[in-house]
Design a protein around this ligand. Structure first.
Ligand SMILES: Nc1ncnc2c1ncn2[C@@H]1O[C@H](COP(=O)(O)OP(=O)(O)OP(=O)(O)O)[C@@H](O)[C@H]1O
Ligand SMILES: NC(=O)CC[C@H](N)C(=O)O
Length: 548
């Protein structure tokens, strides 16, 4: 991940990052820190810009130092993202450099704003960015349409944009992922007068998440059960293959790592969604490269007090996601024996959870509920990737290990796209297909408003980048446009197919890939699977606001 920051001030002096914020930005991008200062209209306006970037270099054969500058126009780009495609064409080499070239070319056109917006709309992949079009004296900023990268805004004497808030964090808000924002910088004498204007990611308001038209068709007759021959199963496999190719191939060898060490790790609950990713990634990745499977479990004092006869070590092993993780690890070892899989167990003592609590509260800001903290806590320690590693199922084989991978894969998104939540089943039981379709539409519409900014901030803290193969634009578009009965199959519970109806298309895919046990796994939310929820009292509600 990278860290990006912009300060617009009325002082000519360079904006000073606080040491705490600089440390957080450096954590996100350990390979380089750079800053560019721009006095926009000397003599006309006092406005002064300081643009700062830190880089976690993951594309191309060199560290693309940021902020990226175009020598001819003086335009500047702070880029935190992965552009997989520009205008439908895969990006070769460093994507930040390619995006700068695209934006500066667009800014040379007459009516440059529309051209630049067109160029930004043509980017596929996760990103947050800040672009100064120097000639037009215009600042562009925003987050991709699914909000996969963090960007925060704070207004006061200065106009500030940043991947991450200062500590103590006050007054920052998330930039919505609902479009791209522009600010005309000339003609204003104070940052307080700056007026951001929002431009939709897509003018067609009927599109869900600005990506596709939701298929709300209701079957007129009973549907045939989904089965392994159903076309949607093969299509899902193709989409996942393509999505994963962008995300797991050509990852540079991490510093200090050997050629065969892991460059990619899967955040691995052992559940259906992440295990299918691991299984397909193995088909795509070079045979000699290890894949790490990171599985996190927490010491939970409330559960320990209910099980006084069990040791802490036993309790970690009984954590629901640890049990599933080991089972799915064993299945991967059987199905893909050529691959070097490493199961990485991350056990987090309660004391350590408490020691990191204040840092976590700062990182998730402006999110501030108990549920935010319990989810973020699991992701934070999983992304750190420090624990015990083992290459075979035998417990004795485990030794102390920190993952070498800088790229992490998450299975997030599959439940929303394919109907994996209990409430999907409930909606179907209550109101049949119309109820299920309303619920599915709500979910995909909310994808961009999910808490991905929060999750990005906690995981990037460890100089890692999380990638979401299910949230690939082409895959999401295909899934949104697919009829509901090709995703899940509540009309055919128990008939013709022995797999659960939730996300049945994905279960059938897992089954066809030889993962029979994984295909039957039930959905379990991370905070319960890893036991970060309700650590002290069972009565704390997820919506309770955090106390500092
Ligand atoms: N205990 C865990 N250890 C490591 N990573 C986890 C753990 N639990 C969840 N994750 C990661 O977070 C992602 C999203 O978690 P969520 O709770 O939504 O699970 P899910 O959608 O049911 O996915 P899965 O079926 O893969 O468990 C998972 O796909 C996985 O990549
Ligand atoms: N990880 C990032 O966001 C860095 C930007 C760019 N993808 C690079 O690798 O240089």
């Amino acid at each position: 991940m990278c860290g990006i920051h912009a300060a617009i001030s009325a002082d000519a002096g360079r904006h000073q990052l606080s040491p705490a914020l600089e440390r957080r930005l450096r954590n996100r991008g350990p390979d380089h820190l750079g800053a560019v200062e721009v006095q926009l209209c000397p003599g006309e306006s006092p406005l002064h810009l300081t643009l700062t970037s830190t880089v976690l270099s993951l594309r191309g054969d060199h560290v693309a130092k940021q902020p990226l500058e175009d020598a001819e126009s003086g335009s500047v780009l702070c880029w935190n993202g992965e552009a997989w495609k520009l205008g439908g064409k895969p990006v070769e080499g460093n994507d930040g450099e390619a995006v700068l070239a695209l934006l500066t070319a667009a800014s040379r056109n007459l009516g440059s704003e529309d051209s630049v917006l067109g160029a930004l709309r043509s980017i596929e992949g996760p990103f947050a960015f800040i672009f100064l079009d120097k000639r037009a004296r215009k600042l562009y900023y925003g987050r991709d349409r699914l909000g996969r990268r963090s960007l925060l805004l704070k207004r006061g004497d200065e106009f500030l944009l940043s991947s991450i808030a200062e500590a103590p964090a006050v007054g920052w808000a998330e930039v919505e992922a609902d479009g791209c924002y522009t600010i005309q910088l000339d003609g204003q004498s104070s940052p307080k007068e700056l007026m951001p204007i929002r431009h939709d990611w897509d003018q067609n308001k009927d599109l869900v998440s600005s990506i596709g038209t939701f298929n709300a068709a209701i079957p007129t007759a009973t549907t045939a059960p989904l089965n392994s021959q159903s076309i949607s199963v093969a299509q899902l496999r193709d989409h996942l293959m393509q999505s994963l190719q962008f995300r797991v191939l050509n990852v540079p060898r991490p510093p200090m790592a050997e050629t065969s060490d892991a460059r990619v790790a899967v955040l691995f609950s052992g559940g259906l969604d992440c295990t299918v990713l691991a299984r397909i990634a193995s088909d795509i990745m070079p045979p000699g490269q290890a894949i790490d499977l990171i599985n996190v479990a927490f010491e939970n004092p409330r559960i320990a007090s209910q099980n006084k006869n069990l040791s802490t070590a036993e309790l970690y092993e009984l954590c629901p996601d640890r049990v599933t993780g080991r089972k799915s690890f064993a299945e991967l070892l059987t199905v893909c024996p050529e691959r070097q899989w490493r199961f990485v167990t991350v056990n987090v003592p309660y004391e350590e959870t408490c020691a990191h609590r204040a840092e976590l509260i700062d990182l998730i800001y402006p999110h501030n509920t108990e549920m935010d903290l319990s989810i973020a806590c699991a992701l934070y320690f999983a992304a750190r990737g420090q624990g015990m590693g083992q290459l075979s199922s035998e417990l004795e084989a485990a030794e102390s290990y920190s993952t070498t991978a800088r790229v992490l894969l998450s299975g997030l998104g599959a439940d929303e796209l394919f109907g994996g939540y209990v409430r999907h089943a409930t909606a179907f039981t209550r109101s049949g297909y119309p109820g299920l379709i309303d619920e599915l539409k709500l979910d995909v519409g909310r994808l961009g408003k999910r808490n991905l900014g929060r999750d990005d901030r906690v995981m990037a803290h460890w100089s890692k980048e999380v990638r979401f193969p299910y949230l690939d634009e082409s895959l999401v578009k295909w899934a949104i446009e697919l009829p509901a009965w090709e995703k899940c199959d509540f009309d055919n519970q128990g008939t013709g197919c022995d797999l659960e109806p939730e996300k049945r298309v994905l279960r059938l895919l897992a089954d066809s890939l030889g993962m029979h046990s994984v295909a039957t796994e039930k959905k379990r939310a991370i905070q319960f699977g890893a036991r970060t929820a309700k650590m002290e009292s069972g009565r704390v509600k997820g919506t309770t606001l955090l106390l500092p």
